[in-house]
Design a protein around this ligand. Structure first.
Ligand code: FES
Length: 121
């Protein structure tokens, strides 16, 4: 597998562990979770928040900055629906529909010398 374009320096991820990155594939949320680099679709499947402005949780999930939905970046699945009383009636439906038809798209990446790169085939 050859090295593709550089997306971000790992040291620039900061405390949140993720950044929004503009790429030829569109905007991606790029970061590290559980010590592994990842790149996924930037838009939350709930109401479209920028996941690159969210954060990586201690258990390695990507948390949406608006209503706290969480995603497994290794599968693209929503592991926790949107939080707060307003969304309680629809929380499970949002999660089920997302996981059935709208998981986050995942992109193959590699970490080279402290940089996360898109992986080229
Ligand atoms: S926009 Fe992400 S949880 Fe609502």
């Amino acid at each position: 597998m050859a090295d593709g374009p550089k997306l971000v320096n790992v040291r620039d991820l900061g405390d949140r562990g993720v950044k929004k990155v503009h790429t030829r594939l569109g905007q991606l949320a790029v970061g590290e979770a559980s010590g592994q680099p990842f790149a996924v679709s930037n838009r939350c499947r709930h109401l479209g928040a920028s996941l690159g402005e969210g954060k990586v949780t201690e258990n390695g999930c990507l948390k949406c900055p608006w209503h706290g939905a969480e995603y497994d970046v290794t599968t693209g699945k929503m592991t926790l629906g949107p939080q707060g009383a307003l969304f309680a009636p629809v929380r499970q439906v949002v999660r089920s529909v997302t996981n059935a038809v709208a998981r986050l798209r995942r992109y193959r990446v590699t970490e080279i010398g402290g940089e996360i790169h898109l992986a080229e085939p």
